[in-house]
Design a binder for this molecule. Structure first.
Ligand code: CO6
Length: 499
C-alpha cells in the first residue's frame, strides 16, 4: 500500500513538474513586467514545442469586451502538426484581439490583451497555474498552489454542467489543453453514456483519474483497464471529400495553407529520399473469420468496441518489427546515423477534417489488440473533430496507410521521414485463388486444362511497402513482409507471440 502511494506521489510529482514546465512562461517575471498601470496584460502564444514558430488562427472563442477566466477557451490554432486549443491563463476582460481568423500568429507574440481583475493580478503574482479541484471554490486551491492529488481540469461552468447531467468528470476524457475537460467533452460523454449498455463492466471508468499527455505516462499496457468507448459515428466520415453537385461557373483560387501547406513541405522533402516499393498479396480469410467471431462475442456481451482490421494489422506489424528492428528506425537528415527505436509508435494515415494526418499509437509493443482498437478509435475521433494534439502526432517510428478503407488495391506510399518504412493497405476483397499446398499428383500440366484445380474464393489484401533504399534493402523488406503475412494469415500465431 505504502509502495503504491509513494509510486503515485512520484507520478503526480512528475505530472506537476511537467505542467510547471509547460506553463513556465507564466511563472517568469517577464510577464509581471508587462502589466501596465491599467492592469492590461498581453496574453502571448506560448511555445507549443516541435520547433513550431507560427500558427494559423482557426477560431476565436472570445471577442473584445468578454469576461474570461483561467482555462476558458480563447482560440483554436492550427500548428505544423495539429490543431491546438489555446486556453486563458488569467481572469479578466478581453481588451484586444491581435488577429483575424486565418491570420498567422507567431509564437511569443500576443494573441489578446486582457485587463486583469483584482484576483487575476493576484494570480499572476502568486500562482503560475491553477488546477481546479472538484469543488466549486477555486480560491482554496490557488492559495496554496498545488495540491498533490490527482485532479481534473475543468472550468466551474463545465463542472456545473457535469453535475446537472450527473456525470463524474473522472469518467470524461478531456480534449482541451493538458487534457482539460471542455463543455463538448461532457456533452459528448453524455451522448455516449446514453448509447452504452447499462451493465457495470462496459461503463467502468478508467482506473486512473490523471489526465495527462502520453509522453509523461505512456499508453497503458493491457493490465490497465480502459473503458469501452463508442466508435465514431460514420456519418461524420469523409471529412475532406467535398461533393460537387453543381458545375463551377468560374475558376477558383485557393491559397495553400494550414495542413495542406505542411503537406507540400513534408511530401516534397520525403520524395527526395531514394525509395523502392514492394508489393504482395496477403490471404486475410482467417483474420476475416476471427474478427467476425470476436465482433459477435462483443455483441453478445453487449460491449461496444470498434474492431476493424487495423488493430490486428498494427499488432502484427509490431510483432514482425521485433524481428526486423531496422524497419522501426529513424535516419538523421544527413543520413549518417540510424537510430533503432525502442518504442513501436505506429503511425496511421488518417483522412481527417483537416486533411491527411498521421497520428501514431504509442508503444504498440506493450499493447493488446483491444488496447490498440481503443487508442485507434480515440485518434480517429480526435481526427474527425480536428482535435489531434501534437502529442498524438509526434514520435512515430513506422507507418501504415489504410487506403483500402476508401478503396483501391495498390498505392505507392510516401515515407514519413525520419521513418524508414511505410505500408499502404489495399481493400480486402474476395478473389478467386488457386488452392494452396497442392500435392504434385494433382498439379496440372499446361496442356491438360481439365486437371486445373478448382479455384477457391479467399479474402485477399494487397499491401504496398515503400522503404528508404539508402538503409533498407529489398530482401529485408520482403522478409519482413513475409513475417507479417504469416501472422495475418495465421492469426493464432499472433496470439501466441503477443506478450
Ligand atoms: N478492406 C476492407 N474493409 C476495410 C478496410 C480494408 N482495407 N479498411 C477498413 N475496412 C472496413 C472496417 O473493417 C470497417 O468495417 P466494419 O467494422 O465492418 O464497420 C469499415 O471498413 C470502416 O473502417 P474505418 O475506416 O472506420 O476504420 P479502420 O480502422 O479500418 O481505418 C483509418 C481507420 C483512420 C485508417 C481510416 O478511417 C482512414 O482514414 N483511412 C484513409 C487513410 C488515407 O487517407 N490514406 C491515404 C494516405 S495517402 O497512402 C497514401 C499512397 C497514398 C494513396
Amino acid at each position: 500500500m505504502f509502495a503504491r502511494n509513494s509510486c503515485r506521489a512520484l507520478v503526480y510529482r512528475k505530472l506537476l513538474n511537467e505542467l510547471l514546465k509547460r506553463n513556465r512562461y507564466l511563472s517568469t517575471n517577464q510577464n509581471l513586467a508587462v502589466v501596465t498601470a491599467s492592469n492590461i496584460v498581453p496574453f502571448k502564444l506560448a511555445d507549443i514545442g516541435e520547433g513550431i514558430k507560427e500558427v494559423e488562427i482557426k477560431e476565436w472563442y472570445v471577442k473584445v469586451g468578454d469576461h474570461v477566466k483561467q482555462f476558458d477557451k480563447i482560440c483554436d490554432v492550427q500548428s505544423d502538426k495539429a490543431n491546438v486549443t489555446i486556453t486563458c491563463r488569467y481572469d479578466g476582460q478581453v481588451m484586444k484581439l491581435y488577429h483575424q481568423i486565418n491570420e498567422t500568429a507567431n509564437v511569443g507574440e500576443p494573441l489578446i490583451d486582457i485587463q486583469l481583475t483584482q484576483d487575476g493580478t493576484q494570480q499572476l503574482h502568486h500562482t503560475p497555474i491553477v488546477q481546479d479541484d472538484t469543488s466549486e471554490d477555486r480560491s482554496s486551491s490557488t492559495s496554496t498552489g498545488f495540491t498533490p492529488t490527482p485532479q481534473v481540469l475543468a472550468t466551474p461552468a463545465v463542472r456545473r454542467l457535469a453535475k446537472d447531467l450527473q456525470i463524474s468528470l473522472n469518467d470524461v476524457q478531456g480534449t482541451g489543453k493538458d487534457y482539460r475537460i471542455l463543455k463538448e467533452d461532457v456533452l459528448n460523454f453524455d451522448k455516449t453514456k446514453v448509447g452504452l449498455p447499462s451493465t457495470g463492466t462496459t461503463t467502468a471508468p478508467p482506473t486512473t483519474t490523471i489526465q495527462t499527455p502520453m509522453p509523461i505516462i505512456p499508453p497503458s499496457p493491457s493490465t490497465v483497464k480502459q473503458p469501452i468507448v463508442q466508435p465514431p459515428t460514420r456519418t461524420v466520415v469523409s471529412p475532406t471529400a467535398t461533393v460537387q453537385t453543381q458545375p463551377a461557373k468560374e475558376d477558383r483560387h485557393e491559397t495553400i495553407k494550414g495542413i495542406k501547406k505542411i503537406m507540400v513541405k513534408t511530401m516534397t522533402q520525403a520524395n527526395t529520399i531514394p525509395h523502392f516499393t514492394y508489393c504482395d498479396d496477403y490471404d486475410m480469410t482467417e483474420l476475416v473469420k476471427l474478427r467476425k467471431k470476436l465482433k459477435k462475442l462483443y455483441q453478445q456481451e453487449k460491449k461496444t468496441l470498434k474492431l476493424s482490421y487495423m488493430p490486428f494489422i498494427i499488432k502484427a506489424c509490431s510483432l514482425a518489427l521485433m524481428e526486423y528492428p531496422i524497419l522501426n528506425a529513424h535516419v538523421d537528415a544527413k543520413c549518417e546515423t540510424i537510430t533503432y527505436k525502442a518504442a513501436h509508435n505506429i503511425g496511421v494515415a488518417m483522412d481527417t477534417r483537416d486533411g491527411l494526418l498521421v497520428p501514431n499509437i504509442k508503444n504498440v509493443q506493450l499493447l493488446s489488440i483491444q488496447d490498440i482498437a481503443l487508442e485507434l478509435t480515440r485518434l480517429q475521433q480526435q481526427g474527425y473533430q480536428g482535435k489531434l494534439t501534437n502529442e498524438d502526432m509526434q514520435g512515430g517510428t513506422f507507418s501504415l496507410s489504410n487506403i483500402g478503407a476508401i478503396g483501391g488495391t495498390y498505392a505507392v506510399p510516401i515515407l514519413v521521414i525520419p521513418e524508414v518504412a511505410i505500408g499502404a493497405l489495399g481493400k480486402i476483397s474476395l478473389k478467386p485463388c488457386a488452392p494452396e499446398n497442392l500435392d504434385d499428383s494433382s498439379s496440372s500440366s499446361d496442356d491438360d486444362e481439365d486437371s486445373y484445380p478448382d479455384v477457391e474464393f479467399r479474402h485477399m489484401m494487397s499491401i504496398s511497402w515503400s522503404a528508404d533504399h539508402r538503409v533498407i534493402d529489398g530482401a529485408t523488406m520482403a522478409r519482413f513482409s513475409n513475417k507479417l503475412k504469416s501472422y495475418l494469415e495465421n492469426p493464432m500465431m499472433m496470439m501466441i507471440n503477443t506478450k
